[in-house]
Design a protein around this ligand. Structure first.
Ligand SMILES: [Zn+2]
Length: 325
């Protein structure tokens, strides 16, 4: 029986992962060119994690199954500069100066719906499961599985093992499909500090740990991360955006944080919190969903997969400017 990616991920989740590092290279896998971005070891075997620069899908590969040619990040960016992945990286680099909401904040403008992102910041409260059960019941006739992006923190995963298992059950039952977004490991926050010294900009933050330990923790839970990253509090500066891009990751902001009173429009990247700490945003989202019931039934209002929303935009270079602030 061929080893499927799902099996590989499940195998990894039972092993101790070591030597988890950033590693750049190129290989052929499943008939496609794949850019390798990470390597790791588990139970004496080596693995790579790569990204298809055209579809933005990530994949997990056994190192023994591919011929990997090492290559610098600079050279990869130059060689694949016309792909949606490298175009998104390059554009994010040029738009990294705002203190809040750097990166992609809007999807493909011709969309007849939204891309939903749900943040799972550290929390003592359980996952707000009603978000998922409502989506499944509203979209069961028109979109199955329902695409959702989940921005997850290391600390949330460790204290919500049951909720993560429940989400994986929904994925295996093809009820939802998840783009797993890195939301850092610790998600440090102080209510008293100004934004420029808060969240990931807090003095003493180990950005390497915040990025890589979250990825490793996702793998240990059988989850394959995407190339997307959400800054805690949506707070960043030019320096941390540049560091992040050097890991091959793309920052995702929002143009519709519902609990802050922002409205969702066609193509919006909507943000709600699913960690029990933002009941207002969830309530607003459920009200919006009910209001769209008729349009959903007629397929006039859809949910978009974050990977495809970004991909479509960068294949359509003429409207690129609408994506970023
Ligand atoms: Zn957060």
């Amino acid at each position: 029986m061929p080893v499927t990616e799902h099996n590989l991920l499940e195998q990894l989740s039972t092993c101790t992962i070591s030597h988890y590092t950033v590693c750049y290279g190129i290989c052929n896998y499943s008939g496609k060119k794949i850019l390798v971005i990470r390597e790791l070891e588990a139970s004496g075997r080596s693995y790579y994690i790569g990204v298809d620069p055209n579809s933005l899908e990530t994949c997990l590969m056994q190192a023994s199954a591919v011929q990997m040619e090492p290559c610098s990040w600079q050279k990869l960016q130059a060689t694949y500069k016309n792909t949606p992945y490298i175009s998104a990286i390059r554009t994010a680099s040029g738009r990294s100066y705002s203190l809040q909401d750097a990166g992609i904040v809007h999807g493909f403008p011709k969309e007849k719906g939204i891309t939903l992102t749900v943040d799972l910041c550290p929390s003592h409260k359980p996952l707000d499961r009603i978000i998922f059960t409502s989506l499944i019941s509203e979209f069961w006739k028109t979109e199955k599985p329902v695409p959702i992006a989940l921005s997850v923190t290391g600390r949330f995963m460790l204290s919500h093992e049951d909720d993560i298992r429940w989400l994986k059950g929904l994925i295996e039952a093809h009820e939802i499909t998840v783009t797993w977004v890195n939301h850092t490991y610790n998600h440090r926050y102080s209510p008293w500090k100004p934004l420029k010294n808060n969240f990931l900009l807090s003095p003493g933050t180990d950005i390497n740990l915040e990025i890589l330990k979250t990825e490793k923790t996702m793998l240990e839970h059988g989850l394959l991360f995407s190339v997307f990253f959400r800054f805690p509090g949506l707070v960043s500066d030019h320096r941390v955006v540049d560091i992040l891009l050097g890991y091959g990751l793309i920052p995702i902001g929002t143009d519709a944080w519902l609990a802050k009173g922002q409205q969702a429009y066609a193509g919006s990247i909507v943000l709600i919190h699913g960690n029990g700490n933002e009941p207002l945003g969830v309530k607003d989202f459920l009200t919006m969903l009910k209001g769209k019931r008729e349009a959903v039934m007629k397929k006039e209002w859809l949910l978009y997969d974050l990977r495809q929303a970004v991909d479509l935009e960068f294949m359509n270079q003429t409207s690129k400017s609408s994506l970023f602030k």
